[in-house]
Ligand binder design. Structure first.
Ligand code: BES
Ligand code: MN
Ligand code: ZN
Length: 503
């Protein structure tokens, strides 16, 4: 276990195995960043030639470990690139902290002396260092490198209330993001809907100690789903030997300032069903429950932070498999609430489980609904694999984008055009058409389909098919595999709602 503390102290005099400082580029060459002034002073006139002979450029992502030879109290300094001096912002600091954390493999104590003179920057250092150092080792027979015992974030405003708050927020958010990554990284065989729901129940039990009335959990099993008429969840899950679940986690603080509903896609594995995926497209489909992981962990974080907003979280969980009993293209499903849907592609399963959960969410009369889903490859084609798409009610979309900026998660608005809404009404035998074979705007069509189940409520849909899973190497505070994308945006969105209401 690593202990994190926020302190105001001199990085040159701090007792630690490693001190991390920022390097920025200027028109006159490289220099150490804000926060490292007394490290620069300790080296004095020898610093410039040292940086130059090391070939340090101050580029983002750059990290270099250098022995201090007694110049600092710490034996090693890690130089982390922050980019151009006048463009240093919380995103750059978060990335540098993440890259530095990953490069430190064998230290018992680490001190971060990156720019941290505002609450936003304190948060960036604290979250970046925790998340960049994330590893997932349960399936490795010999464990990786040891995490440090002590991490100190140095900040000149460490004793200010806002800084302490930002540091505590960062702890809750980074813990939630890491937990979401763990779920996504767990192989689908070990995270069936039932096991996923059990894991939520175990975390709920620990988190609800002493406040069982505020943090409540309900898990519907396949029988209860059948009794309730959840045709979407059952229709997708029926091809699997592992039966589906619907998890409902609720945070109800005293005198809540508003009510936010969260809905997350929890497909524990997506083979495509009878409309089966090609082999390569299936390899990462254990990630198809990343939306459920995000909304559940965001709700746990909101509860840990005791934010004054009611949150109702719904996670429909199912495994999309092939069998003699699987849903067929052409079948009609009756969703929760009675709307009928003609299924034309069993690989467009996410919208089916979400439809049930959206209707269920509406029943509790929230002020706003946010759904999060690894929904379409089309959104990846449009936005790449590091940017999420946000669609829905205009004001809510804007609010999500704003929260995303504060949370350092890249998102972009996409439209739901009328002509695409019209296409979802084109079924000859049912109320709503799940899919048509017009490929253009597949991510928009999916959102138009979901909108039919929101009952006209304020709503936004976050399509995280790209950024939920990192197929490449680590960058900044993002590690390979599950990324925990959307957790931070959701917590920020809810925090903002609470703050606006109290203001
Ligand atoms: N889970 C996939 C979407 C996805 C693709 C997520 C790649 C992450 C990476 C989803 O269920 C799916 O299969 N969508 C289809 C929809 C199509 C059949 C309309 C797609 O995008 O191809
Ligand atoms: Mn699919
Ligand atoms: Zn899917």
């Amino acid at each position: 276990m690593t202990t994190y503390t926020l302190r105001s102290a001199s990085p040159a005099k701090t007792r630690a195995d490693v001190v991390v400082v920022g390097v920025v580029s200027t028109t006159k060459g490289v220099e150490l960043a804000t926060g490292a002034e007394d490290v620069a002073d300790a080296w004095g006139r020898r610093l410039r030639p040292l940086l130059s002979s090391l070939g340090v450029k101050g580029k983002t992502g750059e990290v270099l470990t250098v022995p201090t030879g007694g110049v600092l109290r710490a034996p090693l300094v890690v130089l982390a690139g922050l980019g151009a001096k006048d463009a240093v912002d919380p995103v750059a600091v978060r990335r540098a902290a993440g890259a530095a954390a990953r490069s430190i493999t064998n230290a018992a104590s680490v001190a971060y002396a990156l720019p941290a003179d505002s609450p936003e920057l304190v948060r960036a250092v604290a979250e970046g260092s925790r998340l960049g150092g994330y590893t997932f080792t349960p399936y490795k027979s010999s464990g990786g490198s040891e995490a440090p015992n002590d991490v100190v974030v140095l900040s000149p405003i460490a004793r200010k209330k806002e800084a302490e708050q930002a540091f505590a927020d960062a702890e809750a958010v980074a813990g939630a993001v890491a937990a979401a990554r763990d779920w996504v990284n767990t192989p689908a065989a070990d995270l069936t809907p039932e096991k996923f729901a059990d894991s939520v129940a175990a975390q709920h039990k620990a988190a609800a100690k002493g406040r069982t009335k505020q943090l409540t959990l309900r898990v519907l099993d396949e029988q209860e789903l059948a009794d309730g008429g959840f045709g979407g969840i059952l229709g997708v899950g029926r091809g699997s030997d592992a039966p589906p679940r619907l998890v409902e986690l609720t945070w109800s603080p005293k005198d809540p300032q508003g009510h936010v509903a969260l809905v997350g896609k929890g497909i524990t594995f997506d083979s495509g069903g009878l409309s089966i995926k090609p082999a390569q497209g299936m390899t990462t489909m254990k990630c198809d429950m990343a939306g459920a992981a995000a909304v559940l962990q965001a709700t746990f974080a909101v509860a840990a932070l005791e934010l004054p907003v009611k949150v109702s979280c719904y996670a429909p969980m199912a495994e999309n498999m092939v069998s003699g009993n699987a849903t067929r293209p052409g079948d009609v499903l009756t969703m929760y609430g009675g709307t009928t849907v003609e299924v034309l592609n069993t690989d467009a399963e996410g919208r089916l489980v979400l439809a049930d959960a959206l209707v269920r969410a509406g029943e509790d009369d929230p002020d706003v609904i946010l759904d999060v889903a690894t929904l379409t490859g089309a959104m990846m084609l449009a936005l790449g694999d590091r940017v999420g798409g946000v669609l829905g009610t205009e004001e809510v979309v804007e609010e999500v984008l704003e929260a995303g900026r504060a949370a350092a998660e890249a998102q972009w608005p996409m439209p739901i055009p009328d002509e695409i809404v019209e296409r979802t009404k084109a079924s000859k035998i049912a109320d709503v058409l799940q899919h048509d074979w017009n490929r253009w705007g597949g991510g928009l069509y999916a959102a138009a389909f979901l909108q039919a189940f929101t009952d006209g409520r304020p709503w936004a849909h976050l399509d995280i098919a790209g950024p939920a899973y990192n197929n490449g190497g680590a960058y900044g505070d993002v590690t390979p595999g599950g990324t925990g994308f959307a957790v931070a945006t959701l917590v920020e969105f809810i925090r903002q709602r609470g703050a606006d209401a109290t203001a």
